[in-house]
Design a protein around this ligand. Structure first.
Ligand SMILES: [Zn+2]
Ligand SMILES: [Zn+2]
Length: 134
């Protein structure tokens, strides 16, 4: 099998057999190649990209913003056992953004990150509140 007919009715090769190397490999098919020729896939992909209108992008942005807003409303407790806020809830604004985290926020509050750990340590120590060494 050295040539194949593209199964796309709108194919620019108009139903003529085209060399098999003009088809993408597709192991899921018995023939081992895609039904559509590479040219058709190229057009399809281009169509897909062009179909992403500015409205689509705006919608996508809105979804992300909504997600952000939900997290903005949430309060969070700093995971640092020696936090100066002593386990009190803080608004997420008090936490740095961290895309790796599930809630997009760092585990420790900004105060903990900003305050040099030495300072926090000394303050806690002077208050006799230090339970877990930093
Ligand atoms: Zn084709
Ligand atoms: Zn903290």
């Amino acid at each position: 099998m050295n040539s194949k007919i593209c199964s796309n009715k709108a194919c620019e090769h108009e139903g003529l057999p085209i060399p098999i190397n003009q088809f993408n490999k597709d192991v899921s098919r018995a023939s081992g190649v895609a039904d559509w020729c590479k040219d058709c896939w190229k057009i399809k992909r281009l169509d897909f990209l062009l179909s992403r209108t500015p409205e689509d992008k705006a919608r996508l942005r809105k979804v992300i913003e909504r997600k952000n807003k939900r997290y903005l409303k949430m309060n969070k407790v700093c995971t640092n056992p020696n936090c100066l806020h002593e386990g009190a809830e803080q608004t997420v604004d008090s936490f740095h953004r961290n895309a790796k985290k599930k809630d997009w926020r760092a585990d420790r509050c900004k105060t903990c990150c900003a305050a040099t750990s030495k300072e926090a340590y000394a303050l806690k120590k002077s208050k006799g509140l230090l339970q877990v060494p930093l």
